[in-house]
Design a protein around this ligand. Structure first.
Ligand SMILES: C[S@@+](CC[C@H](N)C(=O)[O-])C[C@H]1O[C@@H](n2cnc3c(N)ncnc32)[C@H](O)[C@@H]1O
Length: 478
């Protein structure tokens, strides 16, 4: 009876019920793959009305000018759902979806294209050794991660200032120069597929002025051309640089190890996943096997990294196999040797070295915030159990000693017993230390380096990416 009396709560807007997603749905429901701007906006507003009535929810396109807000959302395209283009002979801008959700073959083809370009164009610059300098001098020995991180923040602020005022007045000291630039070539990577070409082009025009000015301050850039490099030992596939084998982390399962020295500041590969919306992931894959442990977010798109049973693909000959799925996590963001970095291409997540990695070293990444680190709990519990067991054993030993004593000394012992008791309250501060190690980071804080800045010239800011591994509470909150 009690529950009947309860007032109905105001309906909670579901996570998917937002402007960008309605535009996404409107485009997806349309028979053709693309729509001109005005038609798309009208379709989305119609859909909003329909869903609003059906679910009794407040509309997402509100106010006096819902069309304007829909238009702004399209232009902003912050979730990277859309690609704007002008069909031949048309004066109006059309939009199509940046990807087909759940398209495994498409995702595999893109992934292979990215990798091909990375190996052919970027790796010669990254792994090539200048002919005049010997290898030990060439590779940047220390990563200066702290310097880079503080510089990143300045540059991010700086960019914001620039966007607002169109002025740029600061003098940021550059970090030590990274290995030869991947800028031009990664730009080529960004145009790997026709689906993304237009996005990249659009973004280029909006950010070009800002970042060109910014990069000027970071001169001198290392200007190394391929003919100055010894290219005899350039890896030809990921098999040449990394391998999967049991992790060195206790209970860490498999891990990823370097097969050779990996230079600092190098894109070493991509994290593969089949793109789908968060809702599709929730309904199709969430809680299926270990899908949430391996899948990763690109903005609001989930890249599902597992098979139909939610298991990671373990067969290296499968086109869906990705060695970077096996990278384990460090205990803190600062100690990560690899960062997941958002690429300029839609749904592209680059695995980027944050420091020089030695041969046979385990590659460790920071999974990002909002990750449910259940394994740390398990470890904590295991440690607590161990401590308890040790305490019990100590206690037993003491009891044994006492018993022995009392059996030999008969009546005398009673007065002295109290001194040896209750010494087992060992302070367990290990859990506090463990918690302190987790630095909660702001997702917008990215790892920029001079090289990445150049890529930024052709893209939106690169973001640290988060593995999907979120908690139930977080899902509900969204
Ligand atoms: C992306 S997978 C990494 C590869 C995984 N170790 C494997 O064997 O397939 C993420 C999972 O690895 C495990 N893992 C990652 N980092 C760990 C760590 N520091 N300690 C223990 N387990 C870890 C957790 O089970 C986590 O859900």
């Amino acid at each position: 009876m009690e529950s009947l009396k309860r007032k109905r709560k105001t309906p909670i807007q579901p996570r998917w019920y937002n402007q960008a997603y309605l535009l996404f749905l409107a485009l997806r429901q349309h028979a053709q793959d693309s729509l001109p701007r005005t038609e798309l906006i009208e379709a989305a507003i119609e859909l909003d009305k329909k869903i609003g009535v059906e679910l009794q929810l407040p509309r997402v396109f509100r106010g006096k000018t819902p069309k304007n807000s829909a238009s702004a959302t399209l232009t902003n395209n912050s979730d990277r759902y859309f690609v704007a283009f002008k069909p031949e002979g048309s004066k109006s801008t059309h939009f199509k979806l940046a990807y087909t959700p759940g398209n495994v073959d498409g995702a595999v083809t893109e992934y292979q294209n990215w990798f091909k370009k990375l190996i052919e164009h970027d790796w010669p610059f990254c792994f090539g050794v200048p002919k005049s300098i010997d290898e030990s001098h060439y590779h940047t020995p220390v990563s200066h991660i702290d310097e880079l991180e503080s510089m990143d923040k300045e540059l991010v602020d700086l960019k914001l200032i620039d966007e607002e005022t169109n002025k740029l007045q600061t003098s940021t000291e550059p970090p030590p120069p990274p290995p030869p630039t991947t800028a031009t070539t990664t730009t080529e990577t960004t145009t790997a597929t026709t689906a993304t070409e237009t996005t990249t082009a659009t973004v280029t025009t909006t950010t070009a002025t800002t970042t060109t000015t910014t990069t000027k301050q970071l001169e001198p850039e290392p200007l190394i051309t391929l003919d100055q490099l010894d290219l005899t030992n350039i890896p030809q596939s990921w098999h040449d640089i990394v391998q999967v084998k049991p992790s060195l982390i206790p209970f860490g399962g498999n891990g990823l190890f370097a097969k050779r020295k990996l230079p600092y500041n190098t894109p070493i590969g991509f994290y593969f996943g089949v793109p789908m919306t968060e809702d599709e992931f929730d309904s199709l894959k969430d809680r299926v096997g270990r899908s949430s442990e391996y899948s990763i977010m690109y903005r609001r798109t989930v890249l599902d990294a597992t098979d139909d049973q939610g298991q990671p693909v373990m067969d290296p000959s499968s086109p869906r196999y990705c060695p970077f799925h096996f990278m384990n996590e460090t205990s803190s963001q600062k100690t990560a040797s690899v960062a997941f970095v958002e690429g300029a291409v839609v749904n592209q997540i680059i695995c980027w070295t944050k420091k020089e990695i030695e041969k046979d070293e385990e590659l460790l990444v920071w999974y990002g915030k909002d990750v449910h680190r259940y394994w740390t709990k398990e470890e904590e519990e295991a440690q607590q159990q161990q401590q308890q067991q040790q305490q019990q054993q100590q206690q037993k030993r003491k009891n044994c000693k006492k018993e022995k004593k009392s059996s030999t000394t008969t009546t005398k012992s009673n007065n002295n017993n109290s001194s040896s008791s209750s010494s087992s309250s060992s302070s367990s501060n290990s859990d506090i230390l463990a918690k302190d190690e987790f630095v909660i980071i702001d997702e917008s804080s990215a790892y920029f380096s001079t090289t990445q800045l150049q890529i930024q010239r052709d893209s939106q800011p690169l973001n640290q990416i988060t593995l999907v591994n979120y908690t139930k509470e977080q899902v509900e909150r969204w």
